[in-house]
Ligand binder design. Sequence first.
Ligand SMILES: CC(C)(COP(=O)(O)OP(=O)(O)OC[C@H]1O[C@@H](n2cnc3c(N)ncnc32)[C@H](O)[C@@H]1OP(=O)(O)O)[C@@H](O)C(=O)NCCC(=O)NCCS
Length: 159
Amino acid sequence: MVSQNINTKYRYMQEADIEISRDIEINSNPVPWTEKNFLDCLRKEYYCLIQELDKEVSGFAIQTISLDESHLLNIGIREEFRNKGLGQDLLDQIVHASKSMGSKKIFLEVRVSNEPAIELYSKSGFKRVSIRKNYYRLPDGREDALVMSKRLKKPWKLF
Ligand SMILES: CC(C)(COP(=O)(O)OP(=O)(O)OC[C@H]1O[C@@H](n2cnc3c(N)ncnc32)[C@H](O)[C@@H]1OP(=O)(O)O)[C@@H](O)C(=O)NCCC(=O)NCCS
């Protein structure tokens, strides 16, 4: 369910949105995605979403969706737009899309030190599943990933 009182609009990402999405990335991650990473996601027809607030791009999210499971690959809110509920609104939209396309669960990796994101996912019902050692490259080393997952549908019951 998308939050009620935030006037966000959603549309599919286009190549013209890569520059601003990459800017959000640069302000978000120690080793940010490259423009080519974004382009690859568009070319592979992943579910690439742009969030707008008052006609300005405020965030983006990218996931793969399949019936078995969806994978949230990246999500980011522009620095000056954070802490206003927009990350929650965007994540709600992502979860809603996966659910409505029949996906049974959604999973993601997050840097173990990324407290804001882990809090956001926990608040949205994602559970801690495992740790992937040295999953992320850093400018001066590696960082573990926390794998989190959320079940989107109850399993079928016979009785
Ligand atoms: C993580 C991120 C998307 C959150 O977006 P946001 O718009 O600031 O989040 P919201 O305002 O919707 O907050 C929703 C919840 O997230 C959590 N949260 C957000 N910022 C937080 C912070 N600085 N510290 C702790 N928890 C935080 C809280 O649980 C919050 O709920 P609350 O307001 O009821 O406490 C944003 O910080 C971001 O873009 N970070 C950089 C990109 C990134 O790390 N992406 C994750 C990749 S795995």
